[in-house]
Design a protein around this ligand. Structure first.
Ligand SMILES: Nc1ncnc2c1ncn2[C@@H]1O[C@H](COP(=O)(O)OP(=O)(O)O)[C@@H](O)[C@H]1O
Ligand SMILES: [Mg+2]
Length: 393
């Protein structure tokens, strides 16, 4: 059928035509906004899960929810970078300036507290340069360059203006496991302080399954600071709805057997649902129905596309030595590998013989440590790909 109107959205952070299975998280964000308006504090959600399960899409949807409640929201996408700290600060500054400008434009009159909030944003964001006169920076406020102090002053100056309208200030950090330690501890500390001072400030995050332990290592109280949500595969019903809903909009139906086939092939992983759905649409002669033979073709074409793109791009990022470690992990399928097993599979003597490859693969975002002494893939079905394409030693 016509690819120009293909409603499926395989990608990274690409909003799906229908966001299924996330009603609980979206409702929780509405409740958080309402509680804030009532002067109550609430723990922020911290989303964790494998790549491709829909964390970025959900984080953006949660941000949209708070934007709808007139919050000041800023998003940072953490990256592994030599200049990670400066990059994160610049993202915060740019986001704040943009947020402040819309805040100023929608406020009918500039109250004393709003004026103060805008000035502090101006001085915090000096590197962005003078954007508008309303961000008239005040010297000595949130401009020390020490992020922890600056953030604390920023939040304490900005939140009173937002509280006047029952709103708040939220920072959204995607790939939070990659945030540099200084920025991470500063944000956690300020969030902690905000909860005590009842400043309406929230830190929303998303990242790999290692996020809870990464945060706990940064600040011991982080364990109690967030509402940790593990985001995983969709239920078969939700996966089916993610396929049927967008087709229905276009007047196309899925034959029940075809639907079962694609739901099973994708194992409910949102990225795979979108990829196999897109292939089925593309390969179906149509015009109005997707049939079982279409679904079979989609399984082949989708697997090829994933192997050539999604999986291959990750595999190619690893050095030869790292690929040997990945191959040894693939023996365990999608289950975590135990370090001692990997050591013996690779004919090494000690775990320390693998520590460089292990560390670099974690740095590249290909694997993570679900627990001490364990290693697992960050993408679902990576093990099956390695077996298919690269064999096992
Ligand atoms: N709730 C959902 N329902 C259907 N498709 C989704 C959902 N969430 C995400 N997707 C799709 O899954 C893919 C991966 O989403 P993304 O947010 O980038 O995942 P992550 O950040 O966890 O790696 C995208 O193609 C997106 O369109
Ligand atoms: Mg993401």
């Amino acid at each position: 059928m016509d690819d120009n109107v293909n409603p499926y959205t395989p990608g990274s952070g690409t909003p799906p035509a229908e966001l299924v299975g996330r009603a609980a998280q979206l409702t929780a964000a509405t409740v958080l906004a309402q509680r804030t308006a009532n002067g109550l504090t609430t723990r922020s959600p911290m989303l964790s899960g494998l790549r491709g399960v829909g964390k970025t899409v959900l984080l953006n949807a949660l941000r949209g929810e708070l934007d709808g409640h007139q919050w000041l929201t800023v998003k940072v996408e953490a990256q592994v970078d030599r200049d990670a700290r400066a990059v994160a600060r610049r993202q915060l500054e740019r986001g704040l300036v943009a947020g402040a400008r819309s805040l100023a434009s929608r406020a009918g009159r500039v109250s004393g507290s709003l004026k103060k909030a805008l000035s502090t944003i101006g001085s915090f964001s000096l590197s962005v340069g003078p954007i508008t006169a309303s961000l008239d920076p005040v010297k000595g406020r949130a401009d020390s360059g020490v992020l922890e102090f600056d953030l604390s002053e920023l939040v304490s100056d900005v939140t009173p203006a937002l509280a006047e309208t029952g709103a708040g200030f939220a920072v959204f950090v995607d790939e939070i496991q990659d945030l540099d330690p200084t920025t991470l501890t500063a944000l956690l500390t300020v969030q902690h302080e905000a909860a005590q001072q009842k400043w309406p400030f929230q830190l929303f995050g998303a990242g790999l399954p290692s996020v809870p332990s990464v945060l706990a290592d940064a600040r011991s109280y982080a364990e109690r600071q967030f509402d940790y949500q593990s985001i995983g595969a969709l239920s078969p019903q939700d996966a089916a709805e993610a396929l049927v809903g967008p087709a229905r909009e276009a007047g196309v139906t899925w034959h029940p057997e075809a639907l079962d086939e694609v739901v099973a092939t994708s194992a409910g992983y949102p990225y795979f649902v979108q990829e196999f759905g897109a292939q089925a649409w593309r390969l179906a002669p149509g015009p109005r129905v997707i049939t079982l033979p279409d679904a079979h073709l989609a399984r082949e074409a989708g697997t090829e596309a994933l192997d050539a793109g999604f999986f291959r791009s990750r595999w190619d990022r690893a050095t030869k030595a790292e690929q040997r470690l990945l191959r040894a992990m693939a023996v365990d399928g999608d289950a975590p590998s135990q370090m001692p097993d990997l050591v013996s599979r690779l004919d090494r003597r000690r775990q320390s013989d693998l520590s460089v490859a292990r560390r670099d693969l974690i740095g590249k975002g290909l694997v993570y440590a679900p627990a001490r002494g364990e290693l697992a893939f960050t993408v679902p079905h990576m093990a099956a790909y390695i077996r298919r394409q690269h064999g096992l030693d």
